[in-house]
Every structure is written in structure tokens, then in C-alpha cells.
Design a protein. Structure first.
Length: 279
């Protein structure tokens, strides 16, 4: 009878030990989930990937850029004299992705108006996934201009392993990525338009677009165009009810019948994207 009890106790302790190992392995596996990469050190800057939550087959990551004092890098539309940035990702399990650029600062210099970022910034990237159960390696490629007295182009690749997305990232919201998303312009849900008139002019052999607004605005940013170079001219009235910018084709002498543009408009309460077309 004593031997039987000992056998039962041995079985029970054995099962408890196995259960303990399973629980320990589970928590160790969760603790090992990569939520950020090491910094990649560059001239006057460093970069890394940070992770956020997975939801509805969509995973958000952030490309974090930390810049030295008085150093800046460029927005998607770099402006008059900036270096156009390029951020892309590659992985076998990705259907598509979109880089979401937060609102930039306006940077004035002797060469005109540029747009960019100082300090520490996160550029969110929205990724639509295929199979969310299998781990895979994600490569992020970047090519940026980093400026401090002079502008230097830098490039590189950062790799991170994405684990079972549903299990590991579904409750891993990153507040810094969320704040960056809140600073990313979108279209107005009510469809209200602020551009009331579009006028075409010539100035020193440059094609000028003059926009008039239905109410005063604080700032306006021309968004990047795949067909045209866009250049800020001036807000021609202190009330900010009119704005000029020039445009020129990226391919010289290319004839484009319908010219499509997008701008980001800031008023006292919000910022949003508005599109317009000229013939």
C-alpha cells in the first residue's frame, strides 16, 4: 500500500513538473518576443524598428529615427532643396504595406522651404499580412538625407523576425506609434472642402498654382507627387486665405493632361488632406 501511494505521488509530482516546464517555456517564449531591434548607428543619427499591435490581419511597426541636436531629416515631400526619402520593406508574408508620414515641420533656409523632422520621431508603417501563424523575417530598407550644416545621404537595412502575429502582437499596442498615427494626416470624414478656387498664373517663367480657401488656415503643405516637383512660394496674404506654389514635371517636356495634386491643410482645430485636379 505504501509503495502504491509512493507511485501515485511520483506520478503526480512528475505531471506537475511537466506542467511547470510547459508554463515556464510559454512565458520564456513570450518574454523573447522581439518588440524592437538594436539601434543602427549612422552619421548624426540612429535608427531602429519598434513593434506594435496586430489587428484584422494588419500589423503596425514603427521606423524610429533619433537625430542629434540641430540635425534634421526630410518628410516624404522634402521641399525645395531636400533629399527625397525612401523607406520600404520586404518579406515573403506581406501582401502590401504603406508608410504613414506624420505631419512635418517647415524648415526655411537660403535655398527655399523644406519639410522635415528634428529630434526623435517614429514613422509608422501599416502592413497587411498573409499567413499570420508562421514566423518570418522582415527587412526594412531606408535611404534618407540627414542634415547638420551639410546634408549627407545615408542608407541601410534593418532586419527583425516577426513571430506568430496573432498570438504575440494582438495586445502589444505601442503608445508612441499610436501618437505618431494621430499626427498622420487623413481625409476629412465629412467630405468638407476648404479649397474654394484654383487659379493658374505665370511668374518668372514658372507655372504657379494659386489656391483660395473658404476660411482662414494656419499652414499648408504640398504633398509628394510622382509626376511633379512642387515648390512653396509664399502665403500671399497674412490671413492665409490664399496660397501659391509652383510645379514642374519630373520628366522634362512630359505632357500631362490632368494634373493631380494633394495638400495638407491646417486650421485652428485639425489637419487633413485635400485633393484637386487641374487640366
Amino acid at each position: 500500500m505504501v509503495n502504491t501511494n509512493r507511485n501515485y505521488l511520483s506520478i503526480i509530482f512528475g505531471l506537475l513538473f511537466i506542467l511547470f516546464l510547459i508554463i515556464l517555456a510559454y512565458f520564456n517564449k513570450n518574454a523573447a518576443v522581439p518588440m524592437k531591434t538594436d539601434w543602427h548607428i549612422n552619421i548624426n543619427s540612429k535608427m531602429r524598428i519598434v513593434m506594435s499591435e496586430f489587428k484584422d490581419n494588419t500589423l503596425y511597426i514603427g521606423f524610429e529615427i533619433s537625430l542629434d541636436d540641430e540635425t534634421y531629416t526630410y518628410w516624404s515631400n522634402p521641399g525645395d532643396s531636400g533629399i527625397e526619402p525612401n523607406i520600404s520593406i520586404s518579406a515573403k508574408n506581406i501582401k502590401n504595406h504603406k508608410v504613414l508620414w506624420p505631419l512635418p515641420e517647415m524648415i526655411k533656409d537660403d535655398f527655399g522651404t523644406n519639410y522635415g523632422y528634428y529630434g526623435n520621431n517614429i514613422i509608422p508603417i501599416k502592413i497587411s499580412l498573409g499567413n499570420t501563424n508562421d514566423p518570418f523575417d522582415l527587412d526594412l530598407y531606408y535611404n534618407l538625407g540627414v542634415c547638420n550644416n551639410i546634408c549627407i545621404p545615408i542608407d541601410g537595412k534593418i532586419k527583425i523576425t516577426i513571430l506568430d502575429s496573432y498570438r504575440y502582437y494582438r495586445k502589444k499596442s505601442n503608445t508612441r506609434i499610436q501618437k505618431a498615427l494621430e499626427m498622420t494626416p487623413t481625409y476629412r470624414p465629412d467630405g468638407m472642402e476648404f479649397i474654394s478656387a484654383i487659379n493658374l498664373m505665370q511668374l518668372d517663367n514658372n507655372e504657379i498654382i494659386n489656391l483660395e480657401f473658404s476660411e482662414p488656415i494656419r499652414k499648408i503643405y504640398p504633398m509628394i507627387s510622382d509626376k511633379f516637383y512642387l515648390s512653396d512660394i509664399e502665403n500671399i496674404k497674412d490671413s492665409y486665405k490664399s496660397y501659391n506654389f509652383s510645379y514642374s514635371p519630373k520628366k522634362r517636356n512630359e505632357k500631362i493632361s490632368k494634373k493631380r495634386f494633394s495638400v495638407i491643410i491646417l486650421n485652428d482645430k485639425e489637419f487633413f488632406i485635400e485633393d484637386f485636379t487641374i487640366d
